[in-house]
Write a protein that binds this ligand. Structure first.
Ligand code: PLP
Length: 413
């Protein structure tokens, strides 16, 4: 199938144009001799792939690449189109592996680079299920996990020992929004012969390009921004030519495969990713600024907001953001925060983020932090009731009016 190996016409295009064209190869959107007849790659439901004859079966054996028919566990054009589109959007990537969830992608990346006896360093602002992978599954397989302060590169380097093999970063951390210096930490890791992995779900490669900043593996929960409509679970890991083949082999060994229906939905979400992130970021910034002036708010944790923690690093390294940020109520108690959240009509109460609709959850990281405190350094100990907002595509004026109702409910109680 030499046509599948030809360069796609979007190779030199800018990001917005790539989002429209990526993954739409003629042979995936048409028939043989009649390529590119529909816009979007159809859903190819397939376990068995058929060979025309024995010679073709023999010729294909050992050709383990996307774009080559073999068996359903290696995907078919719908999954290949999504993986190729993600690779086109990730500068420095040689390929992208799809997983059935973001957690599966993190597990797949970690299980690719670690073996028994290794030490894994995890940033203390990481997503809780990521921490659980280190403390649970990896510990059972003989890997030792240690946590480090995301804001202290000196402490990070001091935690590195000869057995340290990999570091897992998340910038900004998706609860407390602490922004680590990813290029610096990745450079330190590389100097010590370690592999760096970043959970880049918050920014997506539209807002931050990890592989061009010295990171080895870029992981995303596609459940969030790429899906974008709160109706699918998926994850991805992208890497350069040294690591991508190992990621792929390990994912295949673990039997990881995503359904073609979900891949088609993720591909649909990807087409509007740029405009959604732009709109959500602009609304989030307006709402974060409004919150910062409220007397009930002790701190706004939004790296996109000038003056907020992490803003300088965000401005230096990132080209975009998203609608997800947190804030901390001044004093109060859990009941006051519950009144605030319950009074909101436009924010759904639920886990996840990055959908077209706004969401809210309470933020209580104290019990999960390993080496750094909550409230964060510099915050008053009384100000510990956090709230995380995922700003969707509603009119921000309506969202602000909704939040005003929440604040009124605090005092009414
Ligand atoms: C949600 C999330 C994940 C996990 O993704 P799932 O698709 O829910 O498994 C990983 N990292 C971050 C930062 C997340 O918010």
């Amino acid at each position: 199938m030499p046509q599948a190996m030809t360069k796609h016409p979007t190779d030199s295009a800018r990001t917005a144009t790539r989002l429209v064209n990526a993954g739409r190869r003629g042979e995936w959107t048409g028939t043989e001799g009649n390529p590119g007849r529909v816009v979007t790659p159809p859903v190819w439901r397939a376990s068995t792939h058929l060979y025309p004859d024995m010679a073709a079966m023999k010729a294909e054996s050992g050709r383990n690449e996307d774009g080559r028919f073999y068996y359903g566990r290696r995907g078919a054009p719908t999954q290949w189109a999504l993986a190729e589109a993600l690779t086109e959007l990730e500068p420095g990537a040689a390929g992208t592996v799809l997983y059935p969830s973001g957690v599966a992608a993190l597990a797949g990346a970690l299980m690719t680079v670690l073996k028994a006896g290794d030490v894994l360093l995890i940033t203390d602002n990481a997503y809780d299920p990521t921490r659980a992978l280190g403390r649970g599954l990896l510990t059972d397989f003989g890997v030792e996990t240690r946590f480090f302060d995301p804001l202290d590169p000196v402490a990070f380097e001091a935690a590195i020992c000869p057995r340290a093999r990999a570091v897992l970063l998340e910038a900004p951390g998706s609860l407390t929004m602490e922004m680590e210096d990813v290029p610096l930490l990745a450079a330190i890791a590389r100097r010590h012969g370690m592999i760096s992995i970043v959970d880049n779900t918050w920014a997506s490669p539209l807002g931050f390009q990890p592989l061009t900043h010295g990171v080895d593996i870029s992981v995303m929960s596609l459940t969030k921004h790429v899906g974008g409509h709160s109706d699918l679970m998926m994850g991805s890991a992208a890497a350069g030519p040294e690591i991508y083949p190992a990621l792929r082999r390990r994912a295949q060994a673990l039997g990881q495969v995503v359904s073609p229906d979900d891949a088609a939905l993720a591909l649909r979400g990807l087409r509007t990713l740029g405009v959604r992130l732009e709109r959500e970021s602009a609304s989030a910034l307006a709402i974060a600024g409004w919150l910062a002036a409220r007397p009930e708010v002790a701190a706004v944790l939004c790296p996109m907001l000038p003056g907020a923690p992490g803003h300088d690093l965000w401005r230096r390294d990132f080209t975009g953001g998203c609608g997800l940020f947190s804030f901390v109520l001044k004093g109060g108690d859990a009941a006051a925060r519950a009144r605030f959240i319950d009074a909101l009509a436009l924010f759904g109460i639920g886990y996840s983020w990055g959908g077209f609709e706004s969401l809210v959850v309470p933020v209580d990281p104290a019990p999960i932090r390993a080496v750094t405190p909550w409230p964060l350094a510099g915050m008053d100990a009384a100000d510990r009731f956090g709230v995380r907002l995922s700003i969707g595509l509603e009119d921000p004026a309506d969202l602000i009016a909704d939040l005003e109702r929440g604040f009124a409910a605090i005092t009414a109680g």
